[in-house]
Write a protein that binds this ligand. Sequence first.
Ligand code: MN
Length: 213
Amino acid sequence: MAVYTLPELPYDYSALAPVISPEIIELHHDKHHAAYVKGANDTLEQLAEARDKETWGSINGLEKNLAFHLSGHILHSIYWHNMTGDGGGEPLAADGVGELADAIAESFGSFAAFKAQLSKAAATTQGSGWGVLAYEPLSGRLIVEQVYDHQGNVGQGSTPILVFDAWEHAFYLQYKNQKVDFIEAMWQVVNWQDVARRFEVARSRTNALLLTP
Ligand code: MN
């Protein structure tokens, strides 16, 4: 029985056009995201088999596959909700997302400086990766991470709240090699209400990192 399932998109394939074409959304969700869900489930089965048979020869590969597919599933599940056809601009107190706006200003100096850092981190990924805004609980700050594949270069314990997919499958059919243009366009569809909701939950949950003996 599958542990992980492919979530439905919160909108139809054309909802983010012209920033992201319906063809990309359909392939990205129905094929790429689905493959990560299947990969995570398959890897859990293979790990169960290894435990049963006590055959540990493939443990390194299986643990890497689990991190890759599970992280791919999680990031895409956030990605779809981070975007809306009614999005864009910047978070404003008047829209009920003032605490997120304040946290961005405190952590990065200004919204413009934050936007520049996340854009650069996403656009300069080498190979496949993501630009991620994450809540880092030890400092209580927001940080930008440049993630390799789905799982590398991540600060342990941080929670992603806004993710920019910088894999070629996210843009190549429409933007060809112009990754910088794709990342710039992405800002037009950011759903700040969703980012603010994730920020609130990340910030308020019990922080195991700060537990003392
Ligand atoms: Mn992707």
